[in-house]
Design a protein around this ligand. Structure first.
Ligand code: TYD
Length: 224
């Protein structure tokens, strides 16, 4: 069994739709560039060519009537490929890996949101990702009413068809948010909550406070 963690450093960004985590991934990537630390940015669903094809199927508004189990298995198919092809090799080379969503999204959305069994999802994680866990998970927390408003506006603006989740109700996002809270309570050292109704720069500073200690080792390696 490969180790749960590798020489690199694995950070994931989470939160309900429209929470601004993608902006935070970008700001963090700029920060790493300034530090001249080698890094890789990926996302889920997606992150590989195959995963991006799965993403289209999972998120398309045309995928009507998708069973929650089908959805979950597709998400883990994308994730298995991303872990094997992108994330593990990058960690093995000592890279900092930033991933826009990971297994916590499946626990929050498919588990708490859709009501699938958490144990089943955790078992799938062990199989698909061979237990790989992020060193740090940053949950950008916003109110579901902000989420629904931002996500709808974005989907109207965007040209791609990724609207299946964005049709969900506020009650769904309340459950997902409660899910992330429960995950943070279960693993308080790994999962950190950051208030997301603030300026991108303030949120970025809060992210850095949690992430800086983890970057000490990669920075030492870089100086060698
Ligand atoms: P994402 O691209 O992160 O969308 P956004 O930038 O709008 O937050 O994720 C797309 C959707 O996929 C989002 O609604 C959450 C959903 N999703 C799950 O339900 N489970 C998962 O495991 C993942 C990775 C995403």
């Amino acid at each position: 069994m490969p180790p749960r963690t590798a020489p690199g450093c694995f950070l994931t960004f989470e939160g309900i739709d429209g929470c601004g985590k993608t902006t935070q991934v970008d700001l963090f990537a700029e920060y790493l560039t300034r530090l001249r630390l080698p890094f890789l940015v990926t996302r889920e669903p997606g992150g590989t060519e195959l995963g991006e094809r799965i993403r289209k199927v999972v998120l398309s508004g045309q995928s009507v009537g998708m069973d929650p189990r089908t959805e979950l298995l597709l998400l883990f198919a994308s994730r298995a490929q991303n872990v094997a092809q992108t994330i593990r090799p990058a960690l093995a080379r000592g890279r900092v890996v930033l991933c826009d969503r990971f297994t916590d999204a499946s626990l929050a959305y498919q588990g708490y949101g859709r009501g699938l069994e958490l144990d089943f999802i955790r078992r799938l994680h062990r199989i698909a990702c061979q237990g790989l866990q992020p060193n740090l998970t940053l949950v950008i927390d916003i109110d579901p009413s902000t989420s629904v408003r931002r996500a709808r506006r974005r989907n109207v603006d965007a040209s791609q068809d990724e609207g299946r989740f964005e049709r969900e109700t506020r009650a769904f996002y309340e459950r997902v948010r409660r899910g992330y809270r429960a995950l943070a309570r279960r693993e308080p050292r790994r999962v950190k909550f950051i208030p997301g109704e603030d300026t991108p720069e303030n949120i970025h500073q809060a992210v850095l406070e949690h992430a800086r200690p983890l970057l000490a080792a990669p920075l030492r390696r870089r100086r060698r």
